[in-house]
Write a protein that binds this ligand. Structure first.
Ligand SMILES: NC(=O)c1ccc[n+]([C@@H]2O[C@H](COP(=O)([O-])OP(=O)(O)OC[C@H]3O[C@@H](n4cnc5c(N)ncnc54)[C@H](O)[C@@H]3O)[C@@H](O)[C@H]2O)c1
Length: 320
């Protein structure tokens, strides 16, 4: 018998990769997605007809309740969120709605309909930044952007549910993902799409900010491992050990695409810009056996090849 999972945000970048992998395993899936500007069913074309889809806002309590009542999922994997830091700085309203209220509505429905496992996809950004060393799962939450604060708020709500109601929740905190199908507002697909249009690549300040780059297929594999083996009530960091400065990432992209560095345009820094993220990810490896399998050089090449093959998709989404 296949396990019935409800996946929110399944038409997004990481959620769609998770679905492609999970449906090849012993899961059947219900997908709930509002299809915001970031959601796109094109990402799921390969698995068309293999999942049931509901175009629903997770903030719509009545509709969420009726889906849970009808479908009775055994587990929930919660990806749906507003995800772009720059947008949250311009206007945080939808971030507070979806990331906090939406998560609350899902938690309540999951509790009411006795879901057996609820995996909340959080982010490394909830810890804030760290100049040296790494964040462990026990590090304090010190988010700096409205996006990160909304994600941290959801984490705290879930932790309260775990403690108060013995709710079967698990939190995962992945680092910066990249790979096929990422919306071109995030650094790598934005840079590639700008190059493909022969336009300048905007880089904040001097590009010295450091991120830990995780290939999306590795991230999805980690989440499946946590679904299979993760312990209720626990938090798992998902990092790659592949640290890079933003400027180094952009230069690598230009080199692979055979373009000159004069396409780089340094722009005024993002307000409150986190300097460096870095996770310690030993816990997930120890408990589930997961470890990342794609290093940054390989992953970037795969991603750039994918971008070239899907140029039309990429360029019609780049709104610059
Ligand atoms: N991309 C990263 O680097 C990264 C890193 C760490 C954690 N995360 C987290 O992983 C999750 C997925 O990220 P992503 O990059 O795939 O995001 P994404 O922006 O590509 O996709 C988000 C999806 O959620 C859907 N959605 C948004 N608001 C909704 C609502 N109110 N109701 C229903 N659906 C809604 C969108 O339509 C979209 O399909 C998010 O929770 C994000 O915070 C992302």
């Amino acid at each position: 018998m296949k396990t019935k999972i409800l996946v929110t945000g399944g038409a997004g970048f990481i959620g769609s990769e998770f679905l492609r992998q999970a449906l090849g395993k012993s899961y059947k899936a219900i997908v709930v997605d509002k299809l915001t500007y970031a959601g796109d069913l094109e990402r799921l074309k390969e698995i068309d007809g293999k999942y049931r889809f509901y175009k629903i806002d997770i903030c719509d309590k009545a509709k969420i309740d009726s889906i849970f009542k009808k479908e009775r999922p055994e587990a929930v994997i919660h990806f749906a969120a507003e995800t772009h830091v720059d947008r949250s700085i311009k206007d945080a309203f939808s971030f507070i709605e979806t990331n906090i209220k939406g998560t609350f509505i899902l938690l309540d429905a999951s509790r009411k309909y006795k879901v057996k496992k609820f995996i909340h996809i959080s982010t490394d950004e909830v810890y804030g930044d760290i100049e040296k060393g790494r964040f462990s799962e026990n590090s304090a939450l010190k988010p700096n952007s409205p996006y990160a604060a909304s994600k941290a708020a959801a984490d705290l709500l879930l932790k309260a549910y775990i403690r108060t109601y013995s709710f079967p929740g698990i939190i995962v905190r992945p680092s910066n993902n990249y790979g096929p199908w990422q919306y071109p507002e995030k650094l790598i697909p934005l840079a590639v799409s700008q190059v493909l249009r022969n336009k300048k690549i905007p880089v904040y300040a001097k590009g010295k900010n450091i991120r830990e780059w995780l290939y999306v297929q590795d991230c999805a594999k980690a989440i499946i491992k946590v679904l299979e083996k993760g312990r209720i009530g626990e938090i798992y960091n998902i990092g790659s050990n592949q640290e890079r400065q933003n400027i180094a990432v952009v230069k690598d992209i230009l080199k692979i695409l055979g373009k000159k560095e004069n396409l780089i345009q340094f722009v005024k820094d993002r307000p409150g810009h986190d300097i460096r993220y870095r996770l310690s990810s030993g816990k997930i490896t120890k408990e589930t056996g997961w470890r990342p399998s794609v290093n940054f050089e390989q992953g970037l090449k795969y991603t750039l090849n994918w971008c070239k093959e899907h140029k039309e998709w990429l360029l019609t989404r780049n709104l610059r």
